[in-house]
Ligand binder design. Structure first.
Ligand SMILES: [Fe+2]
Ligand SMILES: [Fe+2]
Length: 344
């Protein structure tokens, strides 16, 4: 953190620097490049044509609504908006770097995938740049040290983990954006900053990214059919949806600022996503029958007990011993959810 002069501001307001820290991921490129694009040529052509059309190209324009000071937003509301902008800027840059690198690595071996990833990196760069400008509205200057490759630490994800989790993150974020957009359309009194009115285009972009990954899943038999694919897919659905649901606790205040109840919002987002991914995945969850969210609420109680133990004055070993029963209970819930959701 430091202080630098914000050259974009006409007033002499000082901008605070903030370090944007995206996650960097990689996977088994050989497996990815082996994707059989010829057997699913029609599906790939459609997904890539949709990306090439660049339907939202002219949508991300900072119109006159941005031509004002946002200094009237103060206190917790300001902190929450800045937190949101920083969080999503990191996520968009993470996607931009990932897709850019995949496009480059696949250039010689799989030109179809390479071109899809290149088009998706264009969208993510556009999203990230829009968020950067929004941060400047709040006198925050993003520091992009990660653009230098030597500053990046990569996490290797096994192929199936990489594809399912990236696919789901595109679908979840698409649903996240459209749900907020529609809510603010009907409750404009909560629309405190114009960024949210761009969420429809944003959602459409992320949905097209999800469509592209959907075709990759279909064309990789190890991900799309057979008992092993269904078991692995179910495992990731339980895991990723659980981790997504747990986030509602830390985003309660932010969503309340937009007039949304965090638990309701996450339940509805995950349920909608789960229903919309049937076309791409070998299996989806039965969130009602498995009492998915009620079971996860039990996990949240154990997580909160562990947090209380963490802040206690006991020594590390004693803390760990006290936390073990709670970890075991969380694990049992996850296992129960896995078993309760049928595999066929
Ligand atoms: Fe994005
Ligand atoms: Fe995306």
């Amino acid at each position: 953190m430091g202080y630098v002069e914000n050259t974009q501001s006409k007033t002499e307001v000082l901008a605070k620097e903030t370090l944007i820290s995206p996650g960097f991921y990689t996977t088994n490129i050989r497996k990815l490049s082996s994707t059989d694009t010829s057997s699913f040529q029609g599906d790939f052509s459609t997904a890539i044509a949709n990306l090439k059309n660049d339907y939202t190209k002219d949508k991300y324009i900072r119109d006159q609504r941005f031509d004002q000071s946002w200094d009237h937003i103060q206190g917790e509301a300001r902190e929450l908006i800045i937190k949101l902008l920083e969080m999503y800027s990191a996520a968009e840059y993470s996607g931009f770097i990932l897709y850019k690198e995949l496009s480059y690595k696949l250039k010689e071996t799989n030109s179809v995938l390479s071109s899809g990833f290149s088009l998706m990196s264009r969208d993510e760069a556009r999203h990230a740049s829009f968020l950067n400008k929004a941060l400047l509205d709040f006198h925050i200057k993003p520091r992009l040290d990660f653009l230098k490759k030597e500053h990046r630490k990569y996490i290797f994800l096994p192929f199936s983990w990489f594809i399912y989790s990236t696919y789901l993150s595109e679908r979840i974020s698409s649903c996240y954006y459209i749900t907020i957009f529609e809510h603010l359309e009907s409750h404009p009194e909560y629309s405190i900053y114009p960024l949210f009115s761009f969420y429809k285009s944003w959602s459409e972009d992320e949905n097209r990214h999800g469509d592209f990954f959907g075709v990759i899943i279909k064309s990789q038999l190890q991900l799309s059919s057979g008992l092993k694919a269904r078991l692995v897919c179910k495992f990731f659905l339980v895991l990723i949806f659980s981790m997504t649901y747990f986030k509602h606790k830390s985003n309660e205040n932010l969503l309340a600022l937009l007039g949304l109840d965090a638990r309701e919002y996450y339940v509805s987002t995950i349920t909608k996503v789960n229903n919309s991914i049937r076309k791409d995945l070998p299996i989806v969850l039965d969130v009602e029958k498995s009492q998915f969210f009620e079971e996860l609420d039990i996990c949240l109680l154990h997580i909160s007990e562990n947090e209380k133990i963490n802040v206690s004055n006991q020594n590390t070993l004693l803390k760990l011993i006290r936390k073990i029963p709670h970890y075991s209970s969380i694990l049992l819930v996850i296992l129960r959810l896995f078993i309760r959701n049928e595999t066929v």
